[in-house]
Design a protein around this ligand. Structure first.
Ligand code: BT5
Length: 260
């Protein structure tokens, strides 16, 4: 699919201003006013050997998706819908979703002053509502990291409206999408480098600090057809959630937990 020829000034201006801090994301931004899913476009380009750091950005997605076949509401102009191509080491790939959560939380804070927190495994929340989500989709050679951030209030489907919030709704003032994108990409570049340089220890520590409101809360999950609950205590060095059930501690690596 061919991108639109010109990146709107709303994004081009802040990205140019932040240029020196964008690292691998400096070189190429493909802009689509209307697209199915930015992750699909980036995935196809990654399969065709596009370089690490390519950014695919859309004003609206008609088939934006989350994990496990869920959808991501992506109304025109209301959010940031972006995917980037990364080629991480196997060790770095393991913690990429957590690193992206930290980067998005920090990027939003530096662009707007809004303080949000991360929620395992891939959410950014404020006051019990979802502000942003991360979707990492990988093959042996690349990971496409997709990020959706709600910037303005929008007419979401009722199930999403009940659980979502936006930066503007939280702050009660207008916010520049381009500035939020630039700060998030700058933070992502720096966390991505950190992932490779420190083998992830500092990422795990940063994630824990930004998850404080969630740790200690009760979670529920299913395994082998049975429902279990426990207290979310921490994450370990591999990014797995450590849950206390009675006197035991369980490690939840992937799959679905529901925060109660
Ligand atoms: C996520 O999935 O949170 C990952 C979302 C990633 C979206 C980006 S946008 C750019 C790139 N291209 C794509 O196609 N996707 C990525 P998950 O944890 O499965 O959460 C999905 C759930 O969040 C849905 O089932 C809804 O309940 C809720 N939801 C959907 N749209 C939302 C929105 N805009 N704001 C808040 N919650 C939403």
């Amino acid at each position: 699919m061919t991108p639109d020829p010109i990146l709107p000034e709303e994004f081009a201006g802040p990205l140019a201003m932040a240029r020196e801090r964008l690292g691998i994301f400096t070189h190429r931004v493909l802009w689509y006013s209307d697209v199915g899913s930015t992750n699909d476009i980036a995935g196809t380009l990654a399969d065709q050997d596009s370089a690490e750091g390519l950014v695919v950005l859309a004003d609206r997605q008609t088939a934006g998706r989350g994990r496990l076949g869920r959808s991501w509401a992506s109304p025109s102009g209301a959010g940031i819908y972006v995917s980037v191509i990364l080629r991480p080491s196997a060790a770095a790939a393991r913690l990429l979703t957590l690193a992206a959560g930290v980067a998005v939380t920090d990027g939003i804070a530096s662009a707007t002053g809004l303080s949000a927190h991360v929620k395992w495994p891939n959410d950014v929340h404020v006051g019990g509502r979802k502000l942003a989500g991360v979707l990492a989709e990988g093959t042996a050679t690349h990971v496409v990291l997709g990020i959706g951030i709600n910037v303005q209030p929008a007419a979401y489907p009722p199930d999403v409206a009940a659980r979502a919030t936006s930066i503007e709704a939280e702050l009660g003032r207008p916010v520049e999408r381009g500035l939020v994108l630039a700060e998030c990409l700058a933070a992502l570049d720096s966390r991505y480098r950190e992932l490779h340089e420190t083998r992830g220890e500092t990422i795990v520590e940063s994630w824990r600090m930004r998850a404080a409101p969630m740790l200690g809360r009760r979670v529920e999950w299913e395994s082998a057809g049975e429902r279990h609950t426990g207290l979310a205590e921490n994450i370990d060095e591999d990014g797995a959630l450590i849950v206390k059930v009675g006197s035991e501690r369980l490690r939840i690596r992937s799959g679905e937990v529901r925060w109660l």
